[in-house]
Design a protein around this ligand. Structure first.
Ligand SMILES: C[S@@+](CC[C@H](N)C(=O)[O-])C[C@H]1O[C@@H](n2cnc3c(N)ncnc32)[C@H](O)[C@@H]1O
Length: 143
């Protein structure tokens, strides 16, 4: 069973609507990990815009998100993408469990991307380190 968070941080508010592929998915294309014969599972897929694009491009893919796609049961895939999910999880144990879950679904390639505070510009935008070194932002602020 996927771990469904119960904390009071509104993590889903960190999910943006995308009109283009996320950077991790672009890298998977660029490095030719995505091929027509490989399946992909997007773990923590947010609004599912990467999935929509991948399907348009003929990729057999699915995705789970505890807020936006809770009805989908996480499934094995050749490629598993866990993009910008770990950095919204403030609890270290939960972060480990989530990464382990993604790994357990992976047949060939696990793509992990996490955002870290990198510049003064992030600080101006309201991105801060939260407990356990996860990232918090104004959009996903503690309620
Ligand atoms: C910053 S968004 C990234 C969404 C998507 N991967 C993207 O790049 O557009 C983080 C997502 O992680 C999801 N999430 C939070 N906790 C999670 C967990 N324990 N397991 C899986 N997804 C989680 C949130 O609901 C949110 O949609």
């Amino acid at each position: 069973m996927p771990h469904v968070p119960t904390t009071r941080i509104k993590r889903h508010k960190a999910a943006i609507k995308r009109s283009d592929y996320s950077r991790p998915v672009k890298c998977l294309w660029r490095d030719r990990f995505i091929t027509p014969d490989r399946t992909l599972f997007d773990y923590g897929c947010g609004h599912g815009d990467d999935l929509a694009g991948l399907r348009e491009d003929g990729v057999d893919c699915e995705g789970f998100d505890p807020v936006f796609r809770l009805d989908v049961t996480p499934q094995q895939a050749d490629i598993v993408n866990i993009g910008y999910v770990l950095n919204v999880i403030e609890d270290l144990d939960e972060r480990r469990r989530t990464l382990s879950k993604a790994w357990s679904l992976t047949e060939r390639v696990l793509c992990v991307a996490a955002r870290v505070v990198s510049s003064w510009a992030d600080q101006i935008k309201g991105v801060t380190k939260s407990k356990g070194s996860g990232l918090n932002s104004v959009r996903a602020g503690i309620c």
